[in-house]
Design a protein around this ligand. Structure first.
Ligand code: FEO
Length: 402
């Protein structure tokens, strides 16, 4: 994409990445991702964030359409993860005089990742930088998503460059601003990004939201995804809701099945949820990447897990999801579990144990052997109804229909 002037003297010069298969080597990117970088042009010029190293030349090309990259005075590093900092060595080679500005905890990372130690300065929380006609203020927001993260606020145009906060997966499809697109296409990818990448740091996200809400915000310009110039509160509220682990009324039903019998039970349980008028997202853990399972588990207040007994425990893809949800610190879930077995149980007990360990509310559970009988399926449907009823009880008055 060509550079876009988002406010007078402030330009998006980022890049779309549509070729990386796995973000962080973990999370699929079927719709790509953008690395948003911004030029703030006063008498002096600052570049805020950069891009993954593979995209350094494209970033430089974009900068050159606005200013000569050799004229950059400052390279502002909101976040050290290499999707935003990887192009720094190349930028330094083009603009050797440019001073790198980051939080103090970022300095050892600049040294260890890139050997950058000269003309590097740690900035204080709330410290201003006068660019001549434009002023930046640095706000430390540790652990959104690493310990060194900050957001940078431009005071004349009231633009917040928020780093990983308020961003999302999905490359920019020809438009930068949230008001130019059907946000529904982006919302799931924003939730997937949140739950996969920064969900574990939800408390830090809430602290950042509190801190940044004191600023007059006209534009939120994150390091990934859409820019918010109308109703920036919308993405702030969404992030706050996700960080509070407030799932929407509905159920994510994640199951594994070796020969189809546990799947039959999953279908019955799903019907039970629907009987109660709630949305249910049925997900086969063996076929759907854990990234999307985490997203749907984060989306809904209800979670139902089903697994056959495998090696006396839970089928590995379901177990994998549970491990990830534990690491991501998903909380406040209303849960049901079901297990199956051929000669000896085990999955149900292990699922129950894990649910209790995670502090989730276990509403019901069942186990069956072999192929589910009509009576087993009736119990499954009841399980779905019971979980849905409890979710509805907690979310009184919420719109519960899919
Ligand atoms: Fe977009 Fe934590 O890097």
């Amino acid at each position: 994409m060509e550079p876009v002037e988002i406010r007078p003297g402030i330009f998006w010069v980022g890049v779309n990445d549509r070729t990386t298969d796995l973000f962080e080597g973990l999370w699929p990117l079927p719709y790509g991702v953008s690395y948003n970088a911004y030029l703030v042009v006063g008498k002096r010029i600052a570049l805020i964030d950069s891009a993954k190293s593979h995209y350094a030349e494209e970033l430089l090309h974009n900068i050159a359409q606005v200013v000569d990259p050799a004229r950059l005075d400052y390279l502002v590093v909101n976040h050290m993860e290499p999707d935003h900092s990887g192009a720094l060595p190349r930028l330094r080679s083009v603009a050797p005089q440019a001073e790198i500005l980051a939080t103090p905890p970022a300095l050892p990372m600049l040294a260890s990742l890139y050997g950058l130690t000269a003309r590097v300065r740690g900035v204080g929380d709330g410290e201003p930088l006068d660019l001549g006609g434009k002023t930046l203020v640095f706000h430390h927001i540790p652990f959104v998503h690493w310990p060194e993260t900050m957001a940078t606020y431009e005071t004349t145009a009231r633009v917040l460059f928020s780093g990983d906060a308020f961003g999302g997966f999905r490359a920019l499809d020809g438009a930068l601003f949230a008001d130019q697109v059907d946000f529904a296409l982006y919302e799931s990818e924003a939730l997937r990004y949140f739950s996969n990448i920064v969900g574990m740091q939800s408390q830090a996200v809430l602290r950042a939201v509190d801190k940044l809400q004191g600023l007059a915000l006209e534009v939120i310009a994150p390091a990934h995804g859409l820019i918010w110039r109308t109703d920036p509160e919308r993405i702030v509220k969404l992030y706050a809701k996700w960080a509070k682990n407030e799932g929407q009324p509905g159920v994510a039903l994640v199951f594994g099945s070796m020969y189809g019998e546990t799947r039959k039970m999953a279908e019955a349980v799903a019907q039970g949820v629907r009987d109660s008028g709630l949305a249910v997202s049925v997900l086969d853990a063996s076929r759907i990447h854990a990234s999307f399972l985490i997203q749907e588990s984060w989306r809904f207040a209800g979670l139902i897990l089903g697994s056959p007994t495998y090696d006396t425990g839970v089928l590995p893809p379901v177990e994998h999801l549970l491990r990830l949800l534990e690491r991501k610190r998903l909380r406040n879930r209303v849960v049901g579990v079901f297990g199956s077995f051929s000669w000896r149980g085990g999955a149900r007990a292990k699922l129950e144990e894990k649910v209790r360990e995670l502090g989730w509310e276990l509403v019901g559970s069942l186990e069956f052997s072999g192929a589910p009988t009509p009576e087993d399926l009736r119990r499954g449907r009841e399980l779905g109804r019971a979980v849905a009823a409890r979710v509805k009880q907690i979310h009184v008055g919420a719109d519960s229909h899919a």
